[in-house]
Design a protein around this ligand. Structure first.
Ligand SMILES: [Zn+2]
Length: 148
């Protein structure tokens, strides 16, 4: 069994690998459209919650590496770690966070990234690395994330 995100549930029913899978309650809630929930019905989904301590660890790491992952993403990863199962997702931020935590991560429609990535916060104007706006070099209030 694997842990899957909403995208895999919506597109994965033809794939035998995902006939049975785990996911979290938030993903089921995200799939409110009738078409999406119909597809979810075709899969044998086990809806489960991660270990709260593992979820906390995932959230801490996400903050540390400035991953653009949602609470739901982090919960999915925590569930994969809790159950010691692979996480199947095409979300690069989530894949990367998984690699940082030593999780077994698989891509679904695309290959997964094969190395850990680090983001840094840089000024949108001058491009220098800063910790938070305003930029101490040029005073710009805008920041963006950049791969290291
Ligand atoms: Zn600047």
């Amino acid at each position: 069994m694997v842990v899957v995100d909403a995208n895999v549930i919506i597109h994965g029913r033809a794939d035998q690998r995902f006939k049975k899978a785990y996911t979290v309650p938030e993903v089921m809630e995200e799939m409110k459209s009738s078409e999406a929930s119909m597809k979810a019905d075709l899969l044998d989904l086990q809806v489960s919650q991660p270990d709260p301590e593992i979820f906390e660890k995932v959230q801490e790491r996400s903050e540390k590496i400035e991953a653009a992952t949602s609470d739901t993403d982090e919960k999915l990863l925590a569930l994969a770690l809790t159950l010691d199962q692979a996480l199947v997702t095409d979300d690069k931020d989530l894949q990367n966070l998984g690699l940082h935590l030593g999780a077994d991560v698989e891509g679904f429609l695309e290959d997964r990234i094969d190395e850990k990535l680090e983001w840094k916060t840089v000024c949108s104007n001058c491009g220098r690395e800063i910790s938070s706006p305003p930029c101490r070099y040029c005073g710009c209030q805008q920041v963006r994330r950049k791969l290291d």
